[in-house]
Design a protein around this ligand. Structure first.
Ligand code: SF4
Length: 688
């Protein structure tokens, strides 16, 4: 037994399946993942974890893992050695740059890869190529939340920690299926509700488990959260219930903002949202009754044409009620992917250098130019959405996508894949032959989190280290090594011995991370940004004021126009989101037999009313058609949805992928696709 125990290794790692950022020891023996063991000193989760974190690891040994670089040969791919693949990529990048300029190349980074890898990807784009065409999948989800916070309070991150959400007297969640998307965080809320009577108000289209557990559950009509938020805010101000002391000391623009609310009367809100006047008054009263309010929100808010404005309305409400600057209060956009926060933080954005300094800011840009010995364009590059359009327009000739199944997760699959076909040169770096990789000219085999070192940043801005538990499978390599290999083929002499070296460079250049060092992050130690040079970090933002010149926050006036609706032909609305068992498009979780045996496919939720009206049986096969495309799937009848609302889990890399239905509409401020605004018609193909 002792011998056997000796061969078991325990390695600290960070979960890759959501932004909660659970950490645990993973037990391995040779290449086998035996179990994960959360530790008491895991900052985000203590001894908890969910099904994905506990069982979702066998994909690392999946037969489908790519273990060799692949180069396209007609309709198929041939395996090649790294040397050949890297030389070829470098040669094609250089040729395209010489012929069409640096802005003819685009780069998409991964919110599942590490901070260090995001840093290197944007460095590759900016230094070795000379373009700001670099983005990541926060464009698909979180950019509107970040925008709303930048406008009002100045930092694009959660105000406090998960502990603060647990400590609040009242939690409001909007457009968040917290139990399934952020399971361990949801259990913290449920615990607070049970143990000390924390009030939980849930707003969502769909009555999921959080809706069932809420003290009050509201189903505003799709896309109208901005309206009820602004109406409640107006009502509070009209009653003189706003926090005057807080506003006088810490908030700019009150009078102008107050005037801008004039249209948001209770009558107007009742008509548009479907919530009653009594509902709205009750919500306002409950909000001002408590001393500590935290608001959590997710894709149900952001993935709309008014996603940034709705996020802004949340922050406005928190400001007028004084719910910032103290523990137990604040704004909590719940970050979806394990490192969607960090990927943006470390500069994989077209307008921001690492640490959210604008590329247009000469002082900041010069700092990088001096360190890297190149000129960086002083205008923002193209975001994901603009890159796809630029391919169609013949302006973007080459794309390098790292760890993102853009062809499934971007809106309007048919439009996106048609763009891939127009590319002169397409590089995909991933674990598997994804739907996106099938269009590539070169596929580079990457190594997942268990096979490398680095850091992830969770939803509470917490930077945590992951250690290498296994060697990379076959010839696969960690993303940071591949990016470095490429930079060196392009004659830039990068010499990082390990991810710690990369972090040292990022910390030396980005003030937000000045004190981030690996020796301050050993094992279960973590740091929440901003991290000062002496190593002190910031669990609670804004404790001494807001990061603007006068240290005051800013109310941001908004207006509203209903952006979408169903019509006679497309008479049903499709909502979409996660299920507990799967992650994102499912490239990893569908390859975990433990998980995919539970939920093998996506399904289509139909309300009992609609099923009855159309005579549809449980398990019937239906086709949904939108203006962009169609999907087929099996019906599940449930009162989680009501009326003409349908729901599809977004995690399906096959025939039920919701993005065959989504279109090119975007949030007006960030270009985030309005994934939640889809009108379809439904045809029954086969009754069960
Ligand atoms: Fe992983 Fe999120 Fe589950 Fe924690 S809650 S184990 S981070 S998927």
């Amino acid at each position: 037994a002792a011998m056997r125990e000796e061969r078991i290794e325990k390695t600290k790692t960070v979960c890759t399946y959501c932004g909660v950022g659970c950490t645990f020891d993973v037990w391995t023996k040779d290449r086998k993942v035996l179990k994960v063991e959360p530790q008491h000193d895991s900052p985000a989760n203590g001894i908890s974890s969910c099904i994905k974190g506990k069982f979702g690891w066998d994909y690392v040994n999946a037969e489908e893992r790519l273990t060799k670089p692949l180069i396209r040969d007609g309709e198929s791919f041939v395996e090649v050695e790294w040397d050949q693949a890297l030389s070829y990529v470098a040669k094609r990048f250089s040729e395209i740059k010489d012929e069409n300029g640096a802005d003819a190349l685009g780069f998409i980074s991964s919110s599942k890869a590490t901070n260090e890898e995001s840093y290197l990807m944007q460095k590759l784009a900016r230094q070795a190529i000379g373009t700001n065409n670099i983005d990541n999948c926060s464009r698909y989800c979180q950019s509107p939340a970040t925008k709303g916070l930048f406008r009002t309070v100045g930092h694009g991150g959660d105000s406090g920690s998960i502990d603060d959400i647990a400590e609040a007297e009242m939690v409001i969640t909007i457009g968040s299926n917290t139990t399934e998307s952020h399971p361990v965080l949801a259990s913290r809320i449920k615990r607070s509700q049970k143990l000390f009577g924390q009030k939980l108000y849930v707003f969502d289209l769909r009555k999921h488990e959080m809706g069932q557990r809420a003290d009050q559950f509201f189903q505003p009509k799709s896309g109208t959260d901005l309206v009820w938020l602004s109406a409640v805010t107006k009502y509070i101000i009209d009653q003189g219930w706003e926090n005057r002391t807080f506003i006088n000391k810490w908030v700019n623009g009150f009078e102008e903002y107050k005037e801008s609310l004039s249209t948001f009367t209770l009558e107007y809100a009742e008509k548009l949202t479907g919530l009653t006047k009594d509902d709205l008054i009750g919500i306002a009263k409950q909000i001002v009754r408590v001393d500590k309010l935290a608001i959590c929100w997710a894709m149900g808010v952001t993935q709309h044409q008014l996603g940034s404005d709705t996020s802004t309305a949340i922050s406005n409400l928190l400001l007028i009620t004084g719910n910032y600057m103290r523990n137990g209060t604040g704004a909590y956009p719940l970050r979806g992917h394990n490192n969607v926060q960090g990927c943006s933080d470390f500069g994989s954005m077209p307008n921001f250098l690492p640490g959210y300094e604008e590329v247009e800011d000469d002082t900041a840009r010069n700092r990088y130019e001096n360190a890297w010995g190149v000129k960086i364009p002083n205008k923002p590059g193209k975001d994901n959405h603009e890159m796809i359009k630029a391919i169609h327009d013949g302006e973007l000739h080459s794309l390098y996508v790292l760890g993102e199944d853009t062809g499934i997760v971007d809106a309007n699959i048919n439009y996106v894949t048609a763009a891939f076909e127009k590319l002169d040169f397409f590089v995909v770096q991933d674990l598997f032959l994804t739907e996106t990789a099938k269009y590539a000219d070169v596929i580079l085999p990457a190594a997942p989190s268990l096979e490398k070192e680095g850091t992830f940043t969770n939803t509470e801005r917490r930077i945590q280290r992951l250690y290498k538990a296994l060697d990379p499978l076959g010839d696969s390599r960690p993303d940071w090594e591949i990016i470095m290999n490429l930079a060196n083929r392009l004659d830039y002499n990068w010499k990082y011995a390990n991810p710690a070296d990369i972090m040292d460079e990022a910390a030396s250049l980005a003030p937000l991370f000045a004190g981030v060092r690996y020796d301050r992050l050993t094992q279960y130690n973590s740091l929440q940004w901003p991290v000062h040079a002496d190593g002190t970090d910031t669990p609670l933002l804004y404790a001494d004021g807001f990061p603007f010149d006068d240290h005051k926050a800013r109310l941001y006036p908004l207006d509203f126009e209903l952006k979408h609706d169903t019509n006679e032909t497309y008479d049903l609305h499709v909502n979409n989101g996660r299920v507990l068992e799967h992650f994102h498009e499912g490239n990893m979780t569908y390859k975990s037999t433990a998980i995919s045996s539970k939920i093998p496919n996506a399904f289509i939720e139909v309300s009992p009313e609609l099923a009855e009206e159309r005579g549809i049986n449980e398990g019937a096969k239906v086709r949904l058609t939108s203006e962009s495309g169609e999907v087929t799937g099996l019906v599940h009848i449930t009162d989680r949805v009501r009326g003409k609302e349908l729901f599809i889990p977004l995690n399906d890399n096959g025939k039920t992928a919701v993005n065959y239905l989504t279109n090119n509409n975007v949030d007006k401020d960030t270009n985030t696709p309005s994934y939640k605004e889809i009108a379809v018609k439904m045809d029954v193909l086969k009754q069960k």
